[in-house]
Design a protein. Sequence first.
Length: 353
Amino acid sequence: MIKTDILIIGAGPTGLFAVFEAGLLKMKCHLIDALPQPGGQCTELYPKKPIYDIPGFPEILAGDLTKNLLEQCKQFEPGFTLGERADTIEKQEDGSFIVTTNKGTKHQAPVVAIAGGLGSFEPRKPLIANISYFEDKGVEYFIKDPEIYRNKRVVISGGGDSALDWTIYLADIASEVTLIHRRNEFRGALDSVDKVQELKNAGKINLVTPAEVINIVGDHKVEAVVVAQALNIEKEFEIECDHFIPLFGLSPKLGPIAKWGLEIEKNAIVVNNALDYQTNIPGIFAIGDVNTYPGKLKLILCGFHEATLMCQAAYQIINPGKRYVLKYTTVSGVDGFDGTRKEAPKQVVKAIE
C-alpha cells in the first residue's frame, strides 16, 4: 500500500504543479499516470510544440515545460506510479480513499485530486477509406519530433489551433507545407490565423480552402493526397507530399473514472469553482482540463490556478482545525523535503518589511 497526503491522478503540467503547491504546505504527493513518463499530452503528443501563454515564458517547448515542472517539484520528493491506470476507488471508514490501478497497485490518501487532462484519448480520424493502411507510412495524427519533416513535403489538414500552430512551425523546417481546411474560417487563435495568412502571402506555405482530403495515393507510403474543392465537388486534384497530418483534435474518454460516482457533464467532471474545485464527493477534487464549471477555459495556466486553490482546501482536510497563514515565497523562501533551502532575496524581504 502506497500512502500519501494527496493522491494525484494524472502527471501532466497541472498535476506536477500541484506537487509544488502542496509541498509549500508540507504535504506529500504521489502521482498515478497511465503513460510511461510524466508530462501528459505535453510529453506524449507534442513535446517539440512551442507554447506561448505560460506566464514568464514568451515561448517554451511543451517538453521543456515538463522538465521545468519536474525540476521545480523534485525538492518535495513526489512518488510516481507510471504506466498504470487508476481503475477503482473505495472510501474507507476513516474518510480516506484507496485507489487501485489496473495492475493491482493500491494507494491510500485522505485527498484525491484528478488531474487527468482530457483523460484517455484517440485522434479524430478523417473519413478516408484507405487512411489506416498509410498509418506509420506517412500519415501521422500527432507530431512528436518535427525533425522528421525537415526538407519534406507536408500536407496538414484541420482548422484549429494545432493545425495552425504546426503549419507556422513547420514552415521553416519542411521543404513545402500545405494547409487544407474545409472552411474559409478557422477556429484557432486570431493571431495564428494572421500568421498563416502572412506566410501564405509571402509564398512560404500553400493554403487551400474550402477543401478537404478525400483520398491518399501511394504504393508502400504516402506519395500524394487527393483534394476536393468544397464549392465544386467535381473538381479534384492531387498534391504530391511525403507526409499527411490530419489534425482534427482528440476524442477524450474519462475511462474508469466515469464510474466513480462523480457528477459528469459532457465527458468532464463537474466541480465547485466558487470554492476549491471539489467534486460532488467530499475529498475528491478535479483540476485542469478534466473538470468543468461555468466559464471554464481549458488552458494550462488555469490548471495551475486550480491546483493552487485545491491544495489550500486539501490542507484543511488533512489538518482539520489547524490555521494556515498564506506565505509568499518571495519572503519566506522554499524549504524542500530533501533538506534544501532556497532563501528569498534579502532586498525583496527588506522592501516588503
